[in-house]
Design a protein around this ligand. Structure first.
Ligand code: ZN
Length: 327
């Protein structure tokens, strides 16, 4: 007898005793090699143009489930048909990936100039901040074209499938998330509603550092929170006194304040680059990582490193809300 579940944690232990279900096989999300194999399966019946490299596609889809990958190949085929191509091109696949991550481009959406400018400044903030952080992945694309629930997005490209995140990486992620809101403050001298998703995520990360990941100086390696579902991001419950809970809130606030300060410093030091990036975004609506690098260092040809990063995109979706930062 074979069975599958997403919630092994809530099964009756009697069911799992030897003699009942003897073996438990954990199936994780596919790694890069598995993703390539899965993509091959789903492109069997589809004509691919020569510029489609499934290995590249696999690298740019870290964290995708097999169903997502199947969806990408189907969307690519639909885009290809709609564009009246004979074969699926790399552009079709790229667009399909973004469609799956952030939703459909709403090119027709009318945006008032003020909103466009706020989105441009906000996204430029994410991109410029991340460029000055050691542990942030390179920017692959920035756009102010609304997609799905997002008013705009900044799309990063990790260079590898990461299993673990270090404390420094988490802190840099928080700084990057806050970059959008900080840019509004630096450039527009006011803040607006587009950062709710960023703020929620930054808070979640800071909280996890303290309550679950043993990365707080005050509490050390103490588990202060348990998650009900180990495999799904289920509800979590605090397992500490109300007093401790109040101290956790203070620490979360402190971590976010420090990260905000860091983002503020970076963006005030690089205000011109921020303005320039926002300006180009308003003109072009979507700019690639290469174009972004050219804005930051206009006299420098792209280095081998950035070219390499461009070559092997990897991203992690981060959906919903007014603004999406895609990693
Ligand atoms: Zn944002």
């Amino acid at each position: 007898v074979m069975a599958a579940t997403n919630r092994p944690d809530i099964l009756d232990s009697a069911l799992l005793r030897p003699g009942r279900f003897d073996r438990q096989i954990v199936i994780h999300l596919p790694d890069v090699k598995a993703r390539e194999e899965i993509l091959k399966i789903h492109s069997r019946q589809k004509p691919l143009a020569d510029d489609v490299n499934l290995n590249h596609v696999a690298k740019s889809t870290a964290g995708f489930s097999p169903a997502d990958l199947e969806n990408i190949m189907n969307e690519s085929a639909l885009l290809c048909a709609r564009r009246r191509h004979k074969k699926i091109t790399a552009q079709d696949v790229d667009d399909a990936i973004l469609k799956v991550i952030v939703g459909v481009e709403k090119k027709s959406a009318v945006k008032i100039p003020k909103d466009r400018r706020i989105t441009a400044v906000h996204e430029a903030g994410h991109a410029v901040v991340s460029r000055f952080l050691k542990n942030q992945d390179p920017v692959h694309e920035i756009s102010i074209i609304p997609r799905g629930m997002a008013a705009g997005y900044t799309y990063y490209v990790p260079s590898e499938d990461k299993q673990h995140m270090s404390k420094k990486e988490i802190l840099d992620s928080i700084v990057g998330l806050l970059g959008g809101r900080v840019a509004e403050e630096v450039v527009l001298d006011d803040v607006c509603t587009g950062a709710s998703n960023d703020i929620e995520q930054a808070t979640k990360l800071a909280r996890a550092m303290i309550t679950r990941l043993g990365m707080s100086d005050t509490f050390g390696m103490m588990a202060l929170e348990t998650q009900s579902g180990q495999y799904l991001s289920g509800d979590s419950n605090l397992v500490c006194s109300d007093q401790t809970a109040a101290r956790i809130d203070v620490e979360v606030k402190q971590i976010i304040a420090n990260c905000y300060e860091q983002a503020y410093q970076i963006l005030s030091d690089n205000k011109e680059k921020l303005h320039e990036t926002a300006k180009v975004l308003l003109e072009k609506e979507t700019i690639t990582g290469m174009e972004f690098m050219a804005i930051l260092a206009p006299n420098q040809l792209p280095s081998a490193e950035t070219e390499k990063a461009e070559e092997k995109p990897e991203e992690k979706p981060d959906d919903s809300a007014d603004d999406v930062e895609v990693k």
